[in-house]
Ligand binder design. Sequence first.
Ligand code: SF4
Length: 354
Amino acid sequence: MTEPAYNLETGACPDLSGMTIDEMETFFHSMGQEKYRAAQVMRWIHQGLAVSYDPMTNLSKKLREELASTAGIGRPTVIETLESKDGVKKFLFGLVDGSKIESVYIPNEDHDTLCVSTQVGCAMGCKICRTAEMGFVRNLTSGEIVGQLLELRRQVPGSSITNVVFMGMGEPLANFDNTVRAINIMTNPNGPQISWRRLTVSTSGLAPRIIEFGKTVRIKLAISLNAVTDETRSLIMPINTKYPLGELIEALRHYPLPKRDRITIEYVLIKGFNDSDADARRLVKLLNPIRAKVNLIPFNDELSTEFKTPEPERVAAFQDILMSKSLIAIIRKSRGRDILAACGQLASENRRAC
Ligand code: SF4
């Protein structure tokens, strides 16, 4: 990793919540402290959800005072919470520089999922995503990424967030170092203890970064594919003009996929655009070289004048073609639609309010 963890406000005061265990050990070493202090403090921050040094009673008062004058424990502030009819909650967070981001909490029967943001806005310009309307503002620090999880655990007592998906605002692989750092923190035994099997990073298709990412961290990968020809994909995902489908599939073919694992292909079905039988057959062919499973997501047209939701029968017919060729294909309902918490709906309302 190249960038050090940092605090945006001062540029000098380190944010301990965004440090990996190695960085934390280096930090305590520089203070003349023993290595084990790093694990102790990390557990207080990520498991005890401490936002100050006061509760850290296994540290001497002198050390706590020294820490308070040396380093911060960053945490985004909840500005607004919206709850959907289906139990999904959307959190609007304020950051130290006044930027705002959103995270989505999705309760399930046996586990809860948190969808985190990695950037303020996004530069990728996908036409089916409202975050794109914001443009790119800045990358989140690792502390701001992990902080969404920590603050959610505080805000929703009794929640059991075991799954984290990097599918909120931003392109995670365009904020490579901080996304990697956040994953290392989340999966550390002294950190929030999320299993790598329950972490998914979704990318719009930054092909050269995909293999590098797979070599750097162990994690589940999802690709926002959404079309099966370069012509159609470039219309809705401008990144395709830089890294066309052939290059993307080649990168996926070389992704170091753990045994028995599959790459998740996200495919938003848009009426009359990418939902024909021929599209389904092309998708099967396109995915032939990789171990994949497909999530089919009917486009939500409530906020679009350009694209429409396909009929349920069309979605089912598309799925049938994939399954008839032994491709795992699941139709996903968008949850949290009434509060604009579904995929691709984050942040634009907030932007207008700024
Ligand atoms: S879909 Fe993802 S990558 Fe595309 S603009 Fe939206 S946030 Fe960015």
